[in-house]
Design a protein around this ligand. Sequence first.
Ligand code: BES
Ligand code: MG
Ligand code: ZN
Length: 494
Amino acid sequence: MDITAIPLLQNRKTADILVLPFFKGRHGVEKAGDFIESIAPYRLPIDTKDFKAKEGEVILLYHDGKQESRIALLGLGDPTKVTVETLRRAYAGLTKACHSKKIKTANIVLPKVKSLASEEVTRGIVEGVLLTNYAFTSLKHDLLKKEPSALLQKLCLLGSAKRDLVAAEKAQGICEGVYLARNLVNGNADDVTPQYLTKVAKELAEKHQHIKTKILGKKEIEKEKMGLLLAVNRGSHLDPAFIVIEYRGNPKSKDNTVIVGKGITYDTGGLNLKPTGSMETMKCDMGGAAAVLGTIKAAALLELEVNLIGIIPSTENAMSSTSYKPGDVYVSASGKTVEIGNTDAEGRLVLADAFTYIEKHLKPTRIIDFATLTGAIDVALGSEASGLFCNDDALANGLLHAGLKTHDRLWRMPIFDEYRDQLKSEIADIKNVGGRSAGSITAALFLKEFIPDVPWAHLDIASTAYLSEHKRYNPKFGTGVGVRLMIDFLEHLK
Ligand code: BES
Ligand code: MG
Ligand code: ZN
């Protein structure tokens, strides 16, 4: 997307549409920006009661304007209640209206919101537009030949200052990270393999000078004795990969945030095969890995002054005669033995070996993992928040705060030790499943067994990484959850 910003309305170039913002004030519709009504060759219908400026309300008008042939009146609701999220949602609605009319270029008058800094307003608008202006089309060859893209291509922000352009560019960098995460989740599982994730990591390192990668193939994974990652990999014809991708934006600092992403590129459940109806969306099971790669990309584009290490243990969880077996015991990289109660609880296994690698080879200040780990988190929270499990209140609060600001929200769940009994094994040190009750919590308790003594947060994104229906500025399917959250969290690290 080409985004420009100019201070004066009268200097704008031609576009397909002019977008004017309005509030639903106490005495009716109010202008929300610096524009004169005579911008249109006729009276705007703002006192006709047809347009009430409710949050997200859009009306299109047509005329023979010199610069635009369409005007959109966009409602922002009660002026005292406008937040960044209000703007994201309103401009998401506007973007959908543009798509339906195949509008390619838009001149947007920036609203003035009393309670928000102008950079925040710009961020809300640009995120609302860009997050909505996304389509995954690489599997639609035939259709594309007939139907060109309906996406918006150009935005010009009117009434803006230099700092608005800076804010817009920043929002754009963050959305690039979100797009990468969405594309990875939306790609065919047969294409987005552990080897493909490796390729993406290497490409990021080639493009950005502060990014380096180190890839462990099957041999190196064997050398590290990652018995759990290897067990999960046994049913797959593809080798596993263990990706280390580092972004050093602050080489002088010893602060290291390690982000870990579950990279199961397809989860059949293994020998405990998933039933029909539960497997079809399981290409999303590398949503954690996608969040990690998306975050690293956005951090590099924004040149954040932080140090980040991404860790991705990746394999398919496939089913074959060589698959790992329920009832057998496997030895983890930490030496702890694990009885497999269910081969479908594979995410916690590959993460466990990743945590041991981190303890052995890295000096983490904090560890944050992203994983599409349990169906149970959907039962608990649905898709309006990811589950947060954390052993450190300061870290938890930092993440919760970033969640509220970005609306990439989290809800804190307990990790009560009492539930640990559910993971007891009679033949091994621990079992990988703890029964139906508190399913997301016992998963977190399993992970905790392998975590070194540092602040750690586990984000269960099983119900937020992939949507079967579009929602506000999140299109159907991969959402890119976690990227905006992490960037905001990292920006406020002290
Ligand atoms: N990948 C799934 C979790 C999942 C479910 C992700 C739905 C996205 C949407 C995970 O590997 C899994 O299968 N978990 C099991 C654990 C159980 C066997 C203890 C589950 O949630 O049923
Ligand atoms: Mg599974
Ligand atoms: Zn899984």
